[in-house]
Design a protein around this ligand. Structure first.
Ligand SMILES: NC(=O)c1ccc[n+]([C@@H]2O[C@H](COP(=O)([O-])OP(=O)(O)OC[C@H]3O[C@@H](n4cnc5c(N)ncnc54)[C@H](OP(=O)(O)O)[C@@H]3O)[C@@H](O)[C@H]2O)c1
Length: 309
């Protein structure tokens, strides 16, 4: 079987399209023939070694996390999924490898794909929807009465966060590049700021939640926009900011894993047309390394990139 893999941590040149053999299926695992796999920043962060403390030690390692496909085999304990089901899901952070013809993952990271959405659309959901859900509803306790600012509201995570917050009935402000302001308004962002605009944060009323998807907002500025009991939510924490987070009540950090158990909620929302990622480019496995390198270097297409098998 073919997959994109690497033999040691490092830059984009470490990736190659290689042959591999699937591991033995464990009792809670499912084996999936991949139909589509979406690109996330996590993919190259794992390959660079940024998360090596959390990863399995063996090489070669696969790359890629979010996927959609068809179940080919199930472990002896798997109850909710059967061979032939169309599913979408993600990989355990210890064992990436979704940019592959076939993969094995734990069934807890997989749910049935609604029939009215494509494999490409489904593959874009898991990490972006899980981290947005964790930030807004687990850490931020967002309700219909909340005022929420989403920093980076047109990114993969930010645009899904807008959809989730809007569905909840919250009032949303967002920041994005100048080119995206009109589209952000069309997406339902009530007040849109260009993130380079000087002191935009002084123009607005305080928020219950400031969700910094981009990881580029100074905490001092984020905190200055909060109500007294508001929360600043970071999904790109550094060791130092995580340490601070343990002592500062209004600073919260979170990871997608905190809400991966809500995959079936994402499926329901996608089925109703409430959750939908914007796909910018589709490619195939033989061109994927070139495209992944472009995205990593900041030269990718606008919207999500999906590898179609
Ligand atoms: N903790 C977790 O579990 C978790 C999960 C998913 C993602 N993440 C992290 O979250 C980050 C965002 O991921 P993503 O997939 O949404 O990436 P993305 O699609 O590239 O979105 C990033 C967005 O930030 C915008 N941006 C750039 N500079 C900005 C600034 N100075 N202020 C505000 N916004 C700015 C970009 O706008 P332009 O494109 O117009 O420049 C883009 O829309 C990544 O670092 C990723 O690793 C963490």
């Amino acid at each position: 079987m073919k997959r994109i893999q690497f033999n040691n941590y490092g830059d984009a040149s470490k990736m190659y399209l290689g042959e591999y053999e699937l591991a033995q299926l464990k009792p809670n695992d499912v084996q999936v023939r991949v139909k589509a796999a979406a690109v996330n920043p996590l993919d190259w962060k794992q390959r660079r070694g940024d998360l090596k403390l959390f990863m399995n030690k063996k090489f070669p390692k696969g790359i890629g996390n979010d996927f959609s496909g068809i179940v080919e085999a199930i472990g002896s304990n798997v109850q909710n999924i059967k061979v032939g089901d169309e599913v979408f899901g993600t990989m355990d952070v210890k064992h990436p490898g979704a940019f592959a013809e076939k993969l094995i993952t734990n069934s807890k990271y997989v749910t049935k794909k609604p029939i009215n959405i494509s494999h490409a659309d489904a593959s874009c959901l898991p990490i972006a929807a899980a981290v947005a859900w964790a930030a807004l509803f687990i850490k931020g306790n967002v309700t219909q009465n909340s005022r929420v600012l989403i920093n980076g509201c047109m990114g993969a995570v930010g645009s899904i966060a807008v959809q989730l917050a809007k569905e909840k009935g919250a009032w949303i402000a967002g920041t994005c590049s100048k080119k995206d302001i009109e589209e952000a308004r069309k997406n339902g962002v009530n007040e849109v700021y260009e993130f380079t605009e000087n002191n935009y944060w002084k123009k607005t009323q305080p928020f219950d939640v400031v969700f910094d998807t981009a990881g580029l907002m100074q905490q001092r500025i984020g905190f200055s926009m909060l109500k007294s009991n508001g929360k600043f939510i970071d999904i790109n924490p550094t060791p130092m900011s995580m340490l601070k987070g343990l002592f500062i009540a209004k600073y919260k950090f979170t990871f997608a894993t905190a809400a991966m158990k809500h995959l079936s909620d994402f499926a329901n929302l996608a089925e109703k047309g409430i959750l939908k990622a914007k796909i910018g480019k589709e490619t195939n496995i033989s061109k994927a390394i070139e495209i992944l390198t472009e995205i990593e270097n900041g030269n990718g297409a606008k919207g999500r990139t999906v590898i179609i098998f």
